[in-house]
Design a protein around this ligand. Structure first.
Ligand SMILES: Cc1cc2nc3c(=O)[nH]c(=O)nc-3n(C[C@H](O)[C@H](O)[C@H](O)COP(=O)(O)OP(=O)(O)OC[C@H]3O[C@@H](n4cnc5c(N)ncnc54)[C@H](O)[C@@H]3O)c2cc1C
Ligand code: FES
Length: 277
């Protein structure tokens, strides 16, 4: 039996800065056949390891509808990320996964969807956004609301500006503050953008949020005001993880292992499980 903790060597194909401390990484298994056969779901994560620095979990930002590559959006905060930021294109890094439950795509297909992103929440939700856009005919009405602190801190700016131009979704972008007066869209909190949401069939809608902890309470309140059922309100939650495969207990909350039963949870789960957020 292969050791489940053994990382696979993957090639760092491309990297570039998204902001002053967040970088985009594109990686792929060294073997191209293996790269093309890699399967995952939006909302899952991988463990990235670097010799001497350790290992940490990161959400997959790419979509399985564009096979062959894995993409990540990573903020430099500590040992693993500092070491990763030193790695040049074409170097090899350790990657294992995919892990976690991911989004319940089979239930979301055919429904209206509303995605709300704040800051680094773009990392997991870009995967879902691109998946829905690549399978647009399979989903109903689609809203994407995105908030960043400032224009400079917005991740995937060029890509999201281009998506905003599409006419097969309602994409609204905001920043909290625009000191230089250069931002072409709304200025204010992401919850302001709910005034632009209309014509959703709440019983038939999945609403997904990921962003800074302070944002959840206010965004979830807006989802509930729209009448979206609690079990159709989804969020991805982070917990300190070590193994990622339900063995070490680091991510346990009562009987729940966030690495196996999460990181995607519904608001119904949150209400019924103490300390989930
Ligand atoms: C499911 C999941 C998905 C994630 N996805 C992403 C993603 O897509 N992008 C992303 O950027 N991050 C993501 N994260 C977060 C990422 O895994 C952590 O930031 C990880 O700790 C980074 O590893 P590191 O070694 O660089 O940082 P660490 O060295 O672990 O440091 C992380 C933070 O903890 C602090 N810290 C470290 N050691 C201590 C200590 N002893 N006492 C107090 N504070 C300490 C550091 O100052 C720093 O702020 C995700 C986490 C989870 C669980
Ligand atoms: S991280 Fe080890 S059990 Fe979840």
């Amino acid at each position: 039996m292969t050791n489940p903790f053994l990382p696979e060597e993957m090639r760092l194909v491309r990297r570039y800065d998204l902001t002053s401390d967040v970088r985009f990484f594109q990686v792929r298994p060294v073997d191209m056949d293996r790269a093309l056969s890699l399967r995952y779901k939006p909302g899952q994560f991988m463990m990235i390891s670097l010799a001497g620095a350790g290992e940490a979990p990161f959400s997959i930002s790419s979509t399985p509808s564009r096979p062959g590559m894995l993409e990540f959006c990573i903020r430099k905060v500590g040992r693993v990320t500092t070491e990763l930021f030193k790695r040049k294109e074409n170097s090899l890094i350790g990657v294992r996964g995919p892990y976690g439950n991911g989004f319940p795509l089979e239930k979301m297909i055919g429904k209206d969807n509303l995605i709300v992103v704040g800051g680094l929440g773009a990392a997991p939700l870009r995967s879902l956004l691109l998946y829905i856009l690549d399978n647009r005919d399979k989903f109903g009405k689609f809203y994407f609301l995105h908030g960043a602190k400032t224009p400079e801190e917005m991740l995937f700016r060029k890509e999201f500006f281009e998506i905003k131009e599409r006419d097969d979704l309602n994409c609204h972008l905001t920043v909290d503050v625009d000191e230089k007066g250069q931002w072409p869209f709304h200025v204010g909190l992401v919850t302001d953008l709910f005034s632009k949401v209309e014509e959703l069939d709440p019983e038939n809608t999945y609403a997904t949020v990921c962003g800074p902890p302070a944002m959840y309470k206010f965004v979830i309140a807006e989802f509930l005001k729209l009448g979206i059922p609690k079990h159709q309100v989804l969020m991805t939650l982070e917990r300190r993880m070590h193994c990622g495969i339900g063995k070490c207990g680091h991510c346990a909350i009562g009987p729940i292992y966030t690495c196996l039963d999460g990181p995607v949870f519904s608001y119904w789960d949150v209400l019924h499980m103490k300390d989930l957020i």
